[in-house]
Design a protein. Structure first.
Length: 128
C-alpha cells in the first residue's frame, strides 16, 4: 500500500487529484440508451398520465444518471423496477451497447404471468 504522507503536498494534489478528477469525468459522459419494446409501449399507453410521468422519470434517471432505484434481479438476465403501489417494469441490461431494454410493464397481482411473458420477449429480442 502506498503511503501518501511520503509525497510532497503539490505532488499529492496533482497526481491523486487528477486521478479523482479523471474518474468523475469518465462517469459523467456515460449515457445509457433505453429501448422500449412494442409490448411495453402498449402497456405504457394504457397508463394514466400520472403513472406515465412517474415511469418516464424513472427511466430518465436510469438513462442520465444510471440510477435504478428500487429494483430486483429475477435471474436469467431479467430484472424488475418496483414501485410501492405494485407497479413493475421488467427490463434487461444489454452490455454490448450500454443498452437497457425495457421489456414489459405490469402489476404485482399478475407478476408470475408478466415475468413469463417478459422472458419470452427477452429471448426474442436477444435472438434478433
Amino acid at each position: 500500500m502506498i503511503k501518501h504522507d511520503n509525497y510532497p503536498e503539490i505532488f499529492r494534489t496533482k497526481v491523486f487529484g487528477l486521478m479523482l478528477d479523471l474518474y468523475s469525468h469518465i462517469w459523467e459522459y456515460i449515457i445509457v440508451e433505453i429501448k422500449r419494446t412494442p409490448e411495453f409501449e402498449n402497456w405504457f399507453n394504457q397508463q394514466t398520465e400520472k403513472a406515465k410521468a412517474q415511469i418516464d422519470a424513472r427511466l430518465k434517471n436510469i438513462e442520465m444518471f444510471d440510477y435504478f432505484g428500487d429494483h430486483k434481479a429475477l435471474g436469467e438476465k431479467l430484472l424488475e423496477l418496483r414501485w410501492k403501489n405494485g407497479r413493475r417494469v421488467y427490463y434487461s441490461l444489454m452490455t454490448r451497447d450500454a443498452l437497457t431494454l425495457v421489456l414489459l410493464g405490469g402489476f404485482k397481482n399478475a407478476q408470475k404471468k408478466d415475468i413469463q411473458k417478459a422472458r419470452k420477449i427477452l429471448e426474442r429480442e436477444s435472438a434478433g
